[in-house]
Write a protein that binds this ligand. Structure first.
Ligand code: HEC
Ligand code: HEC
Ligand code: HEC
Ligand code: HEC
Length: 441
């Protein structure tokens, strides 16, 4: 039985409970749902994001974040770990292997600070807003009308506190006119003095030596969700920014940013910097695929499975037979995708390929004109997407928010996760070139 199947079994009473609750009368009398809420439910946004005041969390046994944090929540608690080990012998390995999908922004309160227009643009073309978070917002297969409805719903959840799309003026309160280089320079000093760079990057501006990607990683959860502040001028109205930096939680109760004792005058200076400074972006990255060498040694299926498929892909390409009917988004569907009927939990599943137009199509053989097998093609697409939605701290470039967005009709793999490194791609490419052999008995 797979790890997921065991966890599912444990949660069965919850599922039954929910099923029974769904049968209760009363439910039928609920007010009509906002169309955006209907879309969010269908799209399973609450399978990753909290949506305070909007939608209850998706059930834990399918919730990417809640299941992971439930497991990681036993870290350091010897008694709890011992108890879980009885049902799940590999519990200790889980604690080591889970790193992604542990914390995501709350969509329920977001529109209190972020302009609806910015949210809408983000749904069309997500980009790497949070450089310390490796996972990415997935491209979603939704119509323009569905995305409009979603944003309208999210703005409604913010209530009267909603941030508006009205343009900003930067005339300073004392009437000193538009943003000047002096004002921006003074703002930069305040930005450093208040410690903002300990969690935030601002484009590629280097405030202090030693503040590199490793430093932010070491900051852990405190900085993990901190956005790249060079996008703030598009996202937050200046007036909201001023309130937010003085008391973040008064604006958005879901944020983890601490109040830093910022005075109104300091807030104005911080805004001058954030709205006026040059983020020192590098040139747009070329969309070239990486050089992937073919190895000269044999690569067995087991190695491909251990290093890639079993580690990363099975979570969305499961075998429904051993997972309570759920094959994951890439197999039986979910996250706005109908599913490709592609199971990657065994060689047999992989060898069956995917289903297209009612027919089985191989993912391991080259196309008729020598195109790479679909498996490799999907992994290389993710590499191209990563130039936009997966940039490390100080890897910001001028094309980030304008480069072609991931195509929801042909998303790169692994969906929402970092592109595979060249070493992993090399394994796959070599194994495919060797005829995609099955496991040796
Ligand atoms: C598989 C997990 C996953 C699902 C499902 C998902 N998201 Fe996201 N979303 C993310 C991640 C990861 C980020 C953070 C990316 C970043 O900030 O760099 C994100 C970011 C966002 C943001 C930007 C947050 C901000 O601060 O402005 C919005 C808006 C958003 N998601 C909306 C949605 C909506 C609406 C849905 C449902 C249609 C959805 N997401 C479904 C993973 C997910
Ligand atoms: C029922 C609990 C559960 C749910 C729900 C769940 N996971 Fe996991 N996830 C796990 C466990 C357990 C591991 C560690 C597996 C191992 O070590 O064999 C894991 C590991 C992972 C990993 C590899 C480690 C890492 O952090 O990169 C990825 C990727 C992943 N999960 C993605 C997802 C995604 C995406 C979803 C939602 C579609 C999801 N998971 C839902 C339990 C869950
Ligand atoms: C301890 C880490 C930390 C420090 C220090 C910090 N922030 Fe933040 N900040 C965060 C986090 C985390 C978020 C995002 C919360 C979320 O999206 O849930 C955030 C969000 C923001 C936002 C909203 C940005 C957006 O695009 O949504 C602004 C603006 C901001 N911070 C400004 C500042 C300024 C200015 C300073 C210095 C006075 C500062 N922060 C210091 C952690 C920090
Ligand atoms: C978070 C969920 C998720 C993860 C993780 C994931 N996939 Fe997928 N995968 C999907 C979805 C959803 C689709 C269907 C996309 C569509 O309908 O176009 C898909 C489709 C595919 C396809 C079919 C592409 C085509 O040409 O139609 C391949 C191949 C694939 N995935 C391989 C992988 C591999 C290899 C990994 C691990 C490196 C992986 N996936 C990880 C969700 C995921």
């Amino acid at each position: 039985m797979s790890a997921r199947a065991r966890l599912l079994l444990l949660a069965l009473p919850v599922v039954l409970g929910l099923a029974i609750a769904g049968l209760l009368p009363g439910r039928a009398l609920a007010a009509p749902k906002h169309p955006g809420r209907v879309v969010a439910e269908k799209a399973q946004c609450n399978r990753c994001h909290p949506i305070t005041g909007g939608l209850p969390a998706f059930k834990r046994e399918m919730h990417c974040v809640d299941c992971h944090t439930w497991i990681l929540g036993t870290k350091g608690d010897a008694a709890a770990i011992a108890k879980q080990r009885e049902a799940f012998p590999d519990w200790d390995r889980y604690l080591e292997s889970i790193v992604h999908f542990t914390r995501l922004p709350d969509l329920g309160t977001l529109a209190r600070r972020v302009r609806p227009g910015a949210l809408r643009a983000y749904l069309d073309a997500p980009y790497d807003l949070r450089p310390h978070l490796e996972e990415s917002m997935i491209p979603v297969r939704l119509s323009a009308r569905e995305k409009d409805a979603l944003v309208d719903w999210l703005a409604g959840l913010a209530g009267p506190a909603v941030a508006t799309d009205a343009p900003d003026t930067h005339a300073d309160p004392a009437g000193a006119g538009p943003l000047t280089t002096d004002r921006i320079a003074a703002g930069r000093e305040t930005f450093v003095q208040k410690g903002c760079p300990t969690c935030h990057v601002f484009g590629n501006v280097r405030f202090q030596p030693g503040f590199d990607a490793a430093f932010y990683k070491a900051m852990g959860p405190a900085a993990q969700l901190a956005p790249n502040l060079r996008f703030a001028r598009e996202r937050l109205p200046r007036a909201v920014f001023l309130r937010f930096v003085q008391d973040p939680r008064a604006v958005d109760p879901a944020v983890t940013m601490p109040a830093l004792g910022v005075t109104p005058a300091e807030a104005e200076r911080l805004a001058d910097f954030v709205y006026g400074a040059d983020p020192e972006l590098s040139a747009p990255l070329p969309a070239a695929a990486p050089e992937v060498p073919v190895l000269s040694r044999p690569v067995p299926f087991d190695e491909v499975y251990d290093e890639v498929l079993g580690k990363i892909c099975v979570h969305c390409h499961m075998d429904p037979a051993i997972n309570d009917g759920d094959g994951g988004a890439g197999n039986t569907g979910g996250l706005t995708y109908p599913g490709k009927r592609l199971a990657l939990e065994s060689y047999a599943g992989l060898a069956r390929g995917l289903r297209r137009d009612g027919k089985r199509v191989s993912v391991t053989t080259p196309g008729p004109n020598g195109e790479p097998p679909l498996l490799l093609a999907a992994l290389l697409r993710r590499h191209r997407e990563a130039a936009r939605d997966q940039r490390p701290a100080f890897g910001d470039h001028a094309g980030l928010a304008t480069a072609a967005a991931p195509d929801p009709q042909a998303p790169g793999m692994p969906l929402g996760l970092p592109a595979l490194g060249v070493a992993q791609l090399s394994l796959i490419k070599t194994w495919l070139a060797q005829g995609a052999p099955g496991p040796v008995e």
